[in-house]
Ligand binder design. Sequence first.
Ligand SMILES: NC(=O)c1ccc[n+]([C@@H]2O[C@H](COP(=O)([O-])OP(=O)(O)OC[C@H]3O[C@@H](n4cnc5c(N)ncnc54)[C@H](OP(=O)(O)O)[C@@H]3O)[C@@H](O)[C@H]2O)c1
Length: 246
Amino acid sequence: MNPRIALVTGASRGIGAATAIKLAQQGCDVAVNYLRRAEAAHAVVRQIESLGRRALAIQADVSEYAQVHRMIETIVHELGGLHILVNNAGYSSHGGIEQLPPEEWARMLAVTLNGAFYCAQLAVPSMRQARWGRIVNISSLRALTGSAHSPHYATAKAGVIGLTKSLALELAPYNITVNAVAPGYTDTEMNRKSLAEKGDQIRSSIPLKRVARPEEIASVIAFLCSDEAGYITGETISVTGGIYMR
Ligand SMILES: NC(=O)c1ccc[n+]([C@@H]2O[C@H](COP(=O)([O-])OP(=O)(O)OC[C@H]3O[C@@H](n4cnc5c(N)ncnc54)[C@H](OP(=O)(O)O)[C@@H]3O)[C@@H](O)[C@H]2O)c1
């Protein structure tokens, strides 16, 4: 890959950290966004620097427009541009329709959907200027199947797919591709509790009989960010160990 500058949101751990490192291995300089875990983000930065690439740890809550604005200005100023955006920041919470507080519904949409929109809106000018860009939005298996216990999560992640297709259509003339990745169960902190409580049941429901390693999701994201994936746009790639066929 030509030297490119990437922003991965929520890159202090899990799928985001694995993606930031994979992109650095592909030759990118990487901005590592995080919300609270500064030390974890700096550890990712050190790993990227040990690969000979530049990296920047940058705190911002992606649901806050002003913070995203400051983050992207800093990246363009310090790293010299922005060509790749991976909208990965996210969290999970649970509550059925009668239990879910309206504030939690709003927070989930703000982090997942507003965050992806703000980051894309503010990153696109640099990509248009370069006449090359990649946006990968992280959706979820739950966007495709629905979720009885997390309607807000499934809805926000389904919205991410609509945003992906819309931006893909609008940005294609500028050589900017926009795709989504929909992971299934992945071994990260996000679902460590459910894996500890019912890991056997979860694994037996997956055709490949195991959960994904974060690096296995990151490989697909990094491929979509590469020159080789230049003719793929508007797609949602499921990476679920086959569970989506069930
Ligand atoms: N794990 C799975 O099974 C799975 C399945 C399907 C989809 N996904 C999706 O994949 C993405 C990554 O998940 P993961 O499992 O790697 O999660 P994770 O290990 O819990 O990491 C979440 C990351 O997002 C950051 N973050 C959370 N809220 C943020 C905010 N408002 N602004 C900026 N950063 C924020 C966290 O920062 P701090 O460390 O600073 O808190 C952390 O870096 C998420 O979008 C998730 O929905 C995960």
